[in-house]
Write a protein that binds this ligand. Structure first.
Ligand code: SAH
Length: 343
């Protein structure tokens, strides 16, 4: 069975041809799937019964089965979904004054091995398909009756390690015949896979690039992020400059503050030297403790000193206050606790 929700209109046209249907059906079906967001062929009422039957014999519509949803005191909703093959993924809906934003996962698990992250502990299980990433958005909209205007690809997984499916997802969600979400309202976060950053710069998709830096020096970075052994900070920054050159989009550097590891004033000074003069933004994330790892969150006074040091150097910086910590909202934690209970 073919995954019909992962096809763009061009591909759908070819699919229609292959089952002996006129090309214009593609537009109708695309709209049912991506605008009206139906979950079955039965609901596609402007198609004949015969065609609906034929479609259901050849294609399947990806849906996610909600196994749990948790609402935090701050309004954040965390969803846990089961996929067709029994795998479980999570996404987080965050509501702000200016609208609703969702953090989607791009893979089941992750193979990047960052030491402070819960998603990577059991390695990569598999890539998500474009439709499985899309459904995280559609399902949250259905379930909470909201319109999502911002997407961050910052859930479990490394989007650059599932490049083609993530790009397809971005193109589908921004398709004017579908949800038509502005590409500029999408942020893609990567641990720094340089070839992916360079390729993305030339896709003609001006998403915001968020780069998980977390350390101002390669040696320190290697101790918390194995991917640092493959790409140096220097190569990463050059790729980010290239991204800015091509897209005119200001790059965000994410820096998770870990007590006693990367949160000293000297680290802040080194970071400032690295990025001074660049059109960029630093997002400090006081680390969310995960029980499997021995890292803890920086002390409040160190967080302030770190921020002040960057500000003194005229670097745009914000602190990301974690939302939904009362519901295990951080990176793969809910999925892990669910799997532990199920075992
Ligand atoms: N793989 C991508 C996207 C997923 S992680 C990436 O590395 O960017 C999204 C962000 O959360 C990354 O900056 C990641 O380093 C950070 N992160 C992971 N676990 C965390 C934790 N326990 N506390 C704070 N930030 C964490």
């Amino acid at each position: 069975m073919k995954d019909i929700k992962s096809f763009n209109t061009e591909e759908l046209k070819n699919e229609m041809k292959s089952i002996g249907e006129p090309a214009f059906r593609a537009g109708q079906i695309f709209e049912w799937l991506h605008k009206k967001k139906v979950g079955s062929f039965e609901e596609m009422t402007n198609l004949s019964k015969d065609l609906r039957q034929k479609l259901s014999e050849n294609f399947e519509i990806t849906t996610l089965a909600e196994v749990r949803s948790l609402k935090s005191e701050d309004g954040t909703v965390k969803f846990l979904y089961k996929l067709k093959d029994g795998q479980v993924i999570e996404s987080v809906l965050m509501s702000y004054k200016h609208g609703h934003s969702i953090c989607v996962s791009s893979q089941v698990g992750c193979r990047m091995g960052c030491m402070f992250c819960a998603s990577t502990i059991d390695g990569l299980v598999r890539n998500l398909t474009p439709s499985e990433i899309l459904e995280q958005v559609y399902e949250a909209e259905r379930s909470c009756n909201v319109t999502i205007s911002n997407i961050v690809i910052m859930g479990s997984g490394e989007p650059m390690d599932n490049y083609d499916n993530v790009i397809k997802f971005i193109r589908l969600i921004s398709d004017e015949k579908g949800k038509n979400l502005s590409v500029r309202n999408i942020t893609l976060s990567t641990c720094g896979l340089v070839p992916g950053i360079r390729k993305l710069a030339e896709e003609g998709l001006p998403v915001t690039l968020a780069l998980s830096l977390h350390a101002p020096e390669d040696e320190l970075r290697k101790t918390i992020m194995p991917v640092a052994k493959a790409f140096s900070i220097d190569e990463i920054l050059k790729a980010c400059d290239f991204y800015f050159e091509k897209t005119s989009r200001r790059v965000t550097f994410e820096y998770s503050l870990i007590d006693g590891v990367n949160d000293s004033v000297s680290c802040a000074e080194k970071l400032a030297r690295l990025i001074k003069g660049k059109n960029c933004h630093v997002n400090l994330i006081p680390i969310n403790r995960i029980k499997e790892r021995n890292f803890s969150k920086s002390r409040e006074d160190n967080i302030s000193k770190f921020k002040n040091t960057l500000e003194k150097n005229r670097i745009n910086v914000t602190i990301r206050r974690s939302m939904g910590t009362d519901i295990d909202a951080a990176c793969g934690q809910l999925r892990r606790s669910f799997m532990e209970e199920s075992n």
